[in-house]
Design a protein around this ligand. Structure first.
Ligand code: SF4
Length: 110
């Protein structure tokens, strides 16, 4: 019972952290979620005209400062994304990422 409560608490906490984004960025992310819901998850050259540009973890130079799938609003699980069709890695990154404020620890996001 306590474990179940703790799991719910942590999930709620993560959702609140994920909602800590500037409104335009949140709308950008929700627009992508809407596109994926309407047309299916995205992949390079899938005919939908949106280039995903996924970078594997080993090539993601921005992971160290928190810019990676692990911190992305659209991440679904450790290996899946809500909008990108391919299997992802927590340290990977695509060009559609939406990273909430507070999860990028260095550098300039602008
Ligand atoms: S960075 Fe891209 S692939 Fe990774 S979770 Fe975010 S949207 Fe999905």
């Amino acid at each position: 019972m306590a474990i179940h409560w703790l799991a719910e608490f942590l999930e709620d906490l993560e959702q609140k952290e994920m909602a800590n984004m500037p409104l335009p960025e949140l709308e950008f992310a929700n627009a992508l979620l809407g596109i994926a819901a309407k047309y299916g998850k995205l992949a390079n050259n899938d005919g939908k005209g949106i280039w995903v540009g996924y970078t594997p973890a080993i090539e993601n130079d921005n992971a160290e400062m928190g810019v990676m799938c692990k911190n992305c609003y659209m991440r679904e699980s450790d290996t899946t994304c809500k909008i990108v069709a391919q299997e992802i890695e927590l340290g990977g990154l695509c060009r559609l990422a939406a990273i909430p404020d507070g999860l990028v620890t260095q550098g300039d996001r602008e």
